[in-house]
Design a protein around this ligand. Sequence first.
Ligand SMILES: [Ca+2]
Length: 577
Amino acid sequence: MIMKRAAAVLVPALLAAGCTSAVGAVTADASAGSGDGAAGGGDGAHASGPLNFIFILSDDQRADTLQCMPKLRQRTLTRGLEFDRSYATTSLCCPSRTSILTGQYAHNHGVLNNGGEVDDEQFGGAGLFRALGNEEETFAKWLKAEGYRTGFFGKFLNGYAEIAGTTGPAYVPPYWDVWMSPLDTEHIFYYFILVEKLLGESDAERVCYLPKNDFNGDQRERCRNRSDRVLDDGRDNYSETIVAEKAADFIRQAASDGVPFYAHIAFKAPHSPYISSPKYQPDPTRYQYTAAALSVLEECPLWEWNDRPSTYLDDNQTSVSKQPLWIRGRQEAYAAGKLDESMSAGKLREKRQGQLASLLAIDDEIDQLFALLEETGLSENTVVIFTGDNGYAWGEHYWDAKNCSLETCSRVPLVAFHPSRTSHTVSPWLSANIDHAPTIMDLAGVSFPTTAVVNGLSYRAALEGTGEPPERDAILLECNSGSYQRPKGGPDYHSAVVSADQWKYVEHFRDPELTDVRERPDGEKDVDLYDLSRDPHEALNLSHLSSDRLIGLGYDPADVDAKRGELKARLSSLEAE
Ligand SMILES: [Ca+2]
């Protein structure tokens, strides 16, 4: 059974853990923001009045792929604040998205997986989110209470269709004035049903969007049969374009009405099945791209990926015996030819290139949103944040998905724009999905209730250019949904800590409750220690190397032991936050 920790229990625990400066700053004292959008000592001027927010989320986008979105890249180089080390505290859709909306680690919000059980009842991620009370803990609630107009566009949480219902008005989570979210959270690029709640309406209807290019007749009927209304208007009706259009309508209306707004835009790209817009991929059933797409994509080093890390499949030609058991298991299955065809070099390439091509589609949509802000004058008082919900492996460490503690799974792109910014900054600050809620609240000048649990930190000062982000030595990465036990293996249940000084310590567990650390054949515990500054691709697990080997690599074995002990202790304290 999945339990959510009660806030009343947690707040004293946080204080006891010595985290008063960090957590207190964003729970009780977030009112430090004046609410007038003052730029402080920022490097540019912007209009007075409350700030608006556009939060843009991609799905399954690796951190390094930001370089393959040329339009967003150009805007970033002009005035973006880029966080080089941003992590999804849980590298999976529902836990990460819930962390974004609440500012809490998964062990606090309780959405540990894309579904789960409460009181012996099984829920999808959206149902679990609701059953655990998270609808009442999103920052949208507090923004709305302070006069913000809130709009949600795009993917919510897996299993949304289950709570939306099939008859009568579709269910819409509270505190969203406008709601435009696909009923089915998977495979929505075409033939999607958008649950639409318009401004001022209390009920939502299910609208089926049919594509001009009718490439799948079965889907057509399925879409029709499950909707209240069908839109067969001869347009392409590619989901990412429609979602962006709905958001643009919301933004224009809010500007016209003179109300501050928060727009949450959650694209599906570059998630499977990796479908780009018709401009770049005319036939959604084939991974073939137009000359317009290729002329851009071939400029990106990830398209051919000639400098891929040595951890990719058997590129390193070295033993993985010191790596965690799950990677050893995957390597053995790969060597024995037991992994799916999805792990073949050809399929991995197809997936990688499919992701990159679909990113071009949302790059266009994001660029148009920026253009809209400029046309309407809203760029003078609107903050834009772009990030992803989790990273993704492309064959490194014999893995081709998410939900692992490795950098490739857990790091996400993050770039933010504040009206007062006039230059590009790359910040090495350790940032995470839990930071957006406190940052947006801080910038809006809205306080969390004193009973709220907020694990994240506000990066407002860095974004405004008025100061450094708050001090942070480490963040927690946690995963209660492993796939080690599956026939072809996969990442284990794990808990990890990544530190500001670029070390990572990981514990791999037998159980989803994270209590029983797995044992290796030699009797040692299955834990990892990586020195990320020297070994950014985590090829060398220092935890199981002999003293001679460590000395040969230039490490003092006593220092390595001490670092492991320090991070193990920090892991425990983070788990108690
Ligand atoms: Ca995802």
